[in-house]
Design a protein around this ligand. Structure first.
Ligand code: NDP
Length: 472
């Protein structure tokens, strides 16, 4: 009897997805390459976690492919990059027209676009699916963003929706995103928003820490309170847990973590896309750059030697909880507005016809940025799918009006106290720019015309008519 579904790659994500599928009664074939000096991952899996389930294991791609019913449905869960191309090349001779290959890794969407082109003539239906939720999501329900060859969707939908997280009303956090590389692009921007979200939470942590008025446990209480209100989200929830955690010596574990943030590429790809599409995702960019600065540990030591590292946040502690909550909420809405704007820009440029409300719904469960307020994002885009900017929707405009003054207050106190707050400062700067009918960019145009004769448009002439002035 053949398997219904195949998974290539038994790493953290692959093995948990296989167990998730097996729990749902799906008969699965698995493949992992054999490497010299490494234990046989397939054998180890079938003896360990995979024991006693309807799982067939292979270390040979031909046997693996032959064990699958037609049309084959194969999920690649290997390292992003060359490994995906290697596996595709290896599998291709054993596949037939109409078979489906899904790349579920964190692939660069440009690679996904290339692979779609390369596979076009082979008749293989290729899908690039962004998967979020880490190990836990893979095992118990992930947020899944599939895009690519739409002919594949009907056949893979039951499987992907089975392993997806479910909303309280039972809806799966997995819907068809669109054509081309849209699935991996949406996952990339999801991760970009995650960068901004995390950086902003870290900036709030810094204000509390530098106010000198909160112990780690008291900070945990503040985040727990946030998590019972409008900021309710996975990242706030784990922040509270991290702050409370103590090691075996009774020391707070967070205090022992080196302050140099790592990254794997999706933040960088988001920011590159922002530049390519002319989409100002400044909060994501600042969050990415903040990780770079954090990594320059030695340089920061030199900076501290030269300028001193003291900083403080001066606000009565009784007032802080509510003000920080509002400030973070305003900044977060602005970061998400930027994230949805770049999705909209890409959708127009590549003709993907993205359903932004549906994307917010997919992000509502299973993934790292899952948050209560995404329901409101879905509502805003359902009410108006051509919404120019999420900030302009009735609901979010009102939320911003009532919370932005807290963002101003926190930003000014941070600035005065010498606390670096790149993501939240840039959220505020973006907000004040998008409501500005008199930006200072007239001066920039004049300067460009002065030194380069680049010409400029005039306020008293129609757009598209260009003028040049001899400034000297
Ligand atoms: P792991 O490092 O745990 O596993 C990687 C898998 O890829 C292993 O099965 C490995 O096989 C295989 N592999 C690596 N190089 C090659 C190659 N050249 N040819 C064939 N197989 C290869 O990674 P994860 O499971 O964490 O991640 C898999 C994918 O999912 C990545 O793209 C990752 O970015 C993405 N992802 C990860 C998340 C996470 O939280 N971990 C969340 C969402 C997506 P071997 O053991 O033989 O080296």
């Amino acid at each position: 009897e053949k398997s219904e579904f195949g998974v290539v790659g038994l790493g953290v994500m692959g093995s948990n997805i296989v167990l998730n599928l097996a729990d749902k009664g799906v008969k699965v074939s698995v493949f992992n390459r054999l490497s010299k000096g490494k234990k046989n991952a397939v054998e180890a899996f079938l003896r360990g976690e995979g024991a006693g389930k309807k799982i067939l294991g292979f270390t040979n791609l031909k046997d693996f492919a032959q064990s699958l019913e037609s049309p084959r449905k194969i999920l690649l869960m290997v390292k992003a990059g060359d490994a995906v191309d290697e596996m595709l090349r290896g599998l291709l001779p054993f596949l037939s027209r109409g078979d489906i290959v899904i790349d579920g890794g964190n692939s660069n969407f440009k690679d996904t676009a290339r692979r779609l082109d390369e596979l076009e003539d082979s008749g293989i239906l290729f899908v690039g699916a962004g998967i979020s939720g880490g190990e836990e999501g893979a095992r118990n329900g992930a947020s899944i963003m599939p895009g690519g060859n739409e002919k594949a969707w009907g056949k893979i939908k039951p499987y992907l929706q089975k392993i997806a997280a479910k909303l309280p009303n039972g809806e799966p956090c997995c819907e068809w995103i669109g054509g081309g590389a849209s699935g991996h692009f949406v996952k990339t921007i999801h991760n970009g928003i995650e960068y901004a979200d995390m950086q902003m939470i870290a900036e709030i942590y810094q204000t509390m820490r530098k106010s000198g008025k909160f112990s780690n446990e008291e900070m945990a209480e503040v985040f727990e309170k946030f998590n019972r209100g409008k900021l309710e989200s996975f990242l706030i929830e784990i922040t509270a847990k991290i702050l409370r955690h103590k090691d075996e010596n009774g020391q707070f574990s967070l205090d022992l973590v080196l302050d140099a943030a790592g990254q794997k590429g999706t933040g960088k790809w988001s920011v590159e896309s922002g530049a390519e599409l002319g989409s100002p995702i400044s909060c994501i960019a600042e969050a990415l750059f903040a990780r770079f600065v954090s990594g320059m540990v030695e340089m920061r030591k030199s900076g501290a030697r030269i300028f001193g590292s003291e900083c403080k946040f001066n606000m009565p502690s009784g007032a802080m909880g509510a003000v920080l909550e509002n400030a973070l909420y305003a900044a977060k809405i602005i970061a998400y507005a930027q994230g949805f704007s770049i999705l909209s820009a890409a959708s127009k440029k590549f003709g993907w016809n993205l359903n932004l409300g549906e994307i917010a719904k997919i992000w509502r469960g299973g993934c790292i940025i899952r948050a209560k307020f995404l329901d409101r994002v879905t509502e805003a885009f359902s009410a108006d799918c051509d919404l120019e900017n999420l900030l302009f929707s009735e609901f979010f405009a009102e939320e911003i009006r009532s919370s932005v003054n807290s963002l101003r207050e926190v930003s000014s106190l941070a600035a005065q106290g010498g606390i670096s707050m790149p993501a939240m400062f840039s959220a505020l700067a973006y907000f004040d720019f998008v409501r500005q009918t008199e930006s200072p960019s007239n001066l920039i145009q004049a300067q460009r015309d002065f030194f380069g004769a680049h010409t400029y448009e005039r306020t008293d002439a129609p757009r598209g008519e260009f003028f040049h002035t001899k400034w000297e």
